[in-house]
Design a protein around this ligand. Structure first.
Ligand SMILES: Nc1ncnc2c1ncn2[C@@H]1O[C@H](COP(=O)(O)OP(=O)(O)OP(=O)(O)O)[C@@H](O)[C@H]1O
Length: 352
C-alpha cells in the first residue's frame, strides 16, 4: 500500500489517540416527512422518521448504527450532512454548533464530514475517468488541477488501486468493489474528519466486502479518521464498531460498547434483532425469539415504548409511558426499556 505524502492529510486535523473527546454531538434530532394529498397538496400526515435522537461520536471511534429497514438510519446520516434540514435538535461538530450564529457553517461541515453510500455506481460520474472524479472535490474547493490530480493518484494508491492502471478508467470498467474504493478515495480527497458509511459494503460480495472493511480499518488507523457506520448487517457492525447504537421507529433504543451490546443486550428489540441474525454456532444462547412481522406505521407510532406492540415482555406501563434511555449498570451502556428502570412498575424490572 502506498504511503501518503507527509503534507496530507493536514496533521492538525487528525484525531489520534488521547482521552475520549466528542467529535460530533447530536441532541434531540428530529425529522418528520410531510405526506401530502388532495388537490391542494395539503399535509395529511407526517412520517416520524427521526424522533428525538441524541448521541455522541468520539474522536477516532467507529459508531455503528443498526436497526430494521425504515427505522431512520439513513435519515440520521443525511441530516448530519445537512443534505436536508432537521425539524428540530442541535448538532455540534468539534465544539461548534452547526448552522448557528458563531458556529460552523453548513459549507464547512460538508467538507469535514463525507459520506459513502451503498450504490457505488451512481455516486460516480459515468463520463469522467476515476482520477478526475477523485480530483473533482478538491478542485471545486480551489486546489490547482495539477495538485488535485496528484492527490487523486495518491489516494487511488491508498485505497489499493494502482493509479497508472486505474486512474484513466471509467466507472463501467470497474468492479463493484473497485468502484466503492474510488468512492472512498473521493470522500477522503476532501480530508474529512468524519466519514459516514451508509450501507457502504452491503452491495459487495462477501469476500470483496471483507477486503473493503479491512481497507477502512487501515485508513482509519493511518489517517486518524472517525466513522459512523450504518448497516443492517449485525455481524459486520460488530466487527468494525467500537460502539453500537440501535434504532427502532425513529428512536434510539440502546447504545453502548460493541462487546456489551452483543454479549449482554438490555433492550428486547436488540435481543430480538440479534436472535434474527444467522449464527454459525449451534450452541449460541438465544433468550429472545427473533423479531417478526413489520414495524408499526411511522406516521402513527405506538404510544409509550414504540416496540411494545411486538415485545414479548410488554405490560401496561409499556403502552402508557415512554421509557427513557438509561443505565442500570455500566454508564456507557444505555437502554430505553421499562425493565431496566427499577421503579417503572414493570414486573420484570431490574432490582438492585
Ligand atoms: N423523502 C422522504 N419522504 C417521506 N418519507 C421518507 C423520506 N425519506 C425517508 N422516509 C421515511 O422515513 C423513514 C425512515 O427512512 P430511512 O431511509 O431513514 O430508514 P433506514 O433505516 O435508513 O432504512 P433502510 O435501511 O431501508 O435504508 C421510513 O419510514 C421512510 O419511508
Amino acid at each position: 500500500m502506498n504511503q501518503l505524502s507527509t503534507n496530507w492529510p493536514p496533521s492538525d486535523s487528525r484525531d489520534r489517540g488521547g482521552p475520549a473527546q466528542p467529535l460530533l454531538t447530536v441532541n434531540v434530532l428530529r425529522k418528520y416527512f410531510p405526506i401530502r394529498g388532495g388537490a391542494l397538496g395539503r399535509v395529511r400526515a407526517k412520517v416520524h422518521a427521526v424522533d428525538g435522537v441524541s448521541f455522541t461520536v468520539q474522536k477516532g471511534e467507529t459508531l455503528g448504527i443498526v436497526g430494521e429497514s425504515g427505522c431512520g438510519k439513513s435519515t440520521v446520516a443525511r441530516l448530519l450532512m445537512r443534505l436536508m434540514a432537521p425539524d428540530g435538535g442541535e448538532q455540534i461538530f468539534d465544539g461548534d454548533e452547526v448552522a448557528a450564529q458563531g458556529g460552523i457553517s453548513v459549507r464547512d461541515l460538508r467538507r469535514q464530514v463525507q459520506m459513502v453510500f451503498q450504490d457505488s455506481a451512481s455516486s460516480l460520474n459515468p463520463r469522467m475517468p476515476v482520477q478526475g472524479s477523485v480530483a473533482f472535490g478538491p478542485m471545486a474547493l480551489g486546489k490547482p488541477k495539477a495538485e488535485a490530480m496528484a492527490l487523486a493518484r495518491e489516494l487511488l494508491g491508498k485505497v489499493g488501486l494502482n493509479p497508472v492502471l486505474f486512474g484513466g478508467r471509467y466507472p463501467h470498467e470497474l468492479s463493484g468493489g473497485q468502484k466503492q474504493r474510488v468512492n472512498i478515495a473521493r470522500a477522503l480527497a476532501l480530508s474529512p474528519r468524519l466519514l459516514i458509511l451508509d450501507e457502504a459494503v452491503s452491495a459487495l460480495d462477501k469476500s470483496v466486502e471483507a477486503q473493503v472493511l479491512n481497507l477502512l480499518q487501515l485508513l482509519k488507523r493511518d489517517m486518524g479518521l472517525t466513522y459512523l457506520f450504518i448497516s443492517h448487517d449485525l455481524g459486520v457492525v460488530r466487527w468494525i464498531s467500537d460502539r453500537v447504537m440501535v434504532m427502532y421507529l425513529g428512536e434510539v433504543v440502546e447504545i453502548g460498547p460493541s462487546e456489551q451490546i452483543y454479549a449482554d443486550a438490555k433492550h428486547p428489540y436488540t435481543r430480538a434483532l440479534l436472535a434474527s441474525k444467522p449464527s454459525m454456532n449451534p450452541d449460541e444462547r438465544r433468550e429472545e425469539p427473533p423479531v417478526t412481522g413489520d414495524p408499526p406505521n411511522p406516521v402513527n407510532p405506538p404510544a409509550g415504548c414504540r416496540f411494545h406492540t411486538r415485545c414479548p415482555h410488554a405490560e401496561a406501563v409499556c403502552s402508557a409511558r415512554a421509557p427513557q434511555l438509561g443505565s442500570n449498570g455500566a454508564a456507557a451502556h444505555l437502554a430505553a426499556c421499562h425493565m431496566q428502570e427499577p421503579a417503572s412498575g414493570h414486573s420484570g424490572a431490574v432490582r438492585h
